[in-house]
Design a protein around this ligand. Sequence first.
Ligand code: MTE
Ligand code: MO
Length: 528
Amino acid sequence: MSRLSRLWPAALAGILAAALGLGVAELLAGLLNRGITPVLAVGEAVIELSPTWLTEWAIETFGTADKAVLIGGVVLVLAVFAEAIGVLAVRHRRAGMLAAAALGVVAGIAVWSRPDAVPYDLLPVVAGAGAAVLALPPLARRAAAESAGQRAGADPTLEPVDATPAVPQARTDRRAFLQAAGVTAAAAVVAGAAGQLLGGRRRAVEASRTDVDVALPRPLPTAEPVPGADLEVDGGEPWLTPNDDFYRIDTALSVPLIHPDDWQLRVHGMVDQEVVLGFDDLVALGLVDRWVTLCCVSNSVGGNLIGNALWTGVRVSDVLGLAGPHADADAVLSTSHDGWTCGTPLDVLTDGRDSIFAVGMNGEPLAVEHGFPVRMVVPGLYGYVSATKWVVDLEVSRFDEITAYWTSRGWSARGPVKVSSRIDVPRSGAAVPSGQVAVAGVAWAQHRGIEAVEVRVDGGPWQKADLGEVPSSDTWRQWVWHWDAAEGRHDLEVRAITADGEEQTGTERPPAPDGATGWHGVSVTVQG
Ligand SMILES: Nc1nc2c(c(=O)[nH]1)N[C@H]1C(S)=C(S)[C@@H](COP(=O)(O)O)O[C@H]1N2
Ligand SMILES: [Mo]
């Protein structure tokens, strides 16, 4: 028997451990509904890292099958590594486990480098790699015994000298190995198939996003910043936040997957008549397009839990109008498909501002992670008291009768956005050349509007910045200040003033219970 053919049990052990890892990863990815599996993430990373000529060649050569070819390639490369790891593990158990864990780390990096990655996206990789690493030693041990049996059976010089014949022992070793292999393979297939099945739901809902686009009373608009809004300062953040870069905050470990055909909104409580709307009923009420900057109460001073988008949807007041809220009601409790709740002042939803049930975001149907098929967007309030994603229920009520998810955890029942401002350029710690330096960033006080932004250097006098255009008071406003920078270390600070005359306070407070305050500052070194 050749040396090479004696390696097959070890190689198979490696392949099976990897298959089990993949299966477990698929299963968890399917359970999380994120529509991304470690294999897909690695594939995406490969595309990302490939030179353009290569990706173009692949698209030309493989056409619509390019993704399948890519995934096949990833699996093939993994199989080669897995065989090598199996062979390694038969000799050095520990080294094999380490190598398998290293592959897991590579996949983890690929998952983490996705633009919309959240920590629990790593769960499938961690569980998959864990399963592979743990399955490897018992498989390798049995593979080693099986190879030893082959060797003993084939090579008379290795025949034991005592009376016990080698062949029966080799038989039990073989049986033990094949049993372990069979169990592992079955587990891998079952987990992988279950993952595929669960992933299928995500794919079906993704497909229905395209249908929504077609079924709306009119096409979604093309989202482009209003003229003059984006000051386009080098290194600054865009005025329009691309959907892929839009921050995401929710309590949903597994994102709700709702087909628009199954979606309903029930409006009840202190109303003249209960109303139930399907998706088509809702959009038939008429669509508006509105720029609104959404921000999170957990955003710390200088933080980036904020984004600006063109939302397309139906006015909340139009929906409430169908139900007829009672005069003594002052709150609306909205509930998401997964049971998250938030309480919003009734007057904010009916005072004429553009509070909407959004179905579109920057000219696309809502992303599943951002609340598909319908979410709320309310200008002027933090997300935790207004921006219910996957919204399915509105109860008109009174603040003294409701508790919502975050308010029951100590956050304030009311959450109007506090006037804030941020320096984006230069970054803190940056080194800049002396002379003219563009200091730039954003300021926001949704639904009140930004009247002025001021910058000061080293605690000196406040100086007025130039402001970008805005379509309404509901969005953030870009600003830029041209600084004649002298050599040395300098501290820059920013503050904003609202259109109704409130000056942003410099008093520092943490996000809890109703939003952080304080001026954002950066320290920079100006070089001669
Ligand atoms: N169903 C649901 N909706 C939710 C939340 C949530 O946890 N569940 N979080 C809210 C919070 S705290 C914020 S800041 C915004 C964030 O919206 P985004 O993820 O689309 O940026 O959604 C709000 N809507
Ligand atoms: Mo939030």
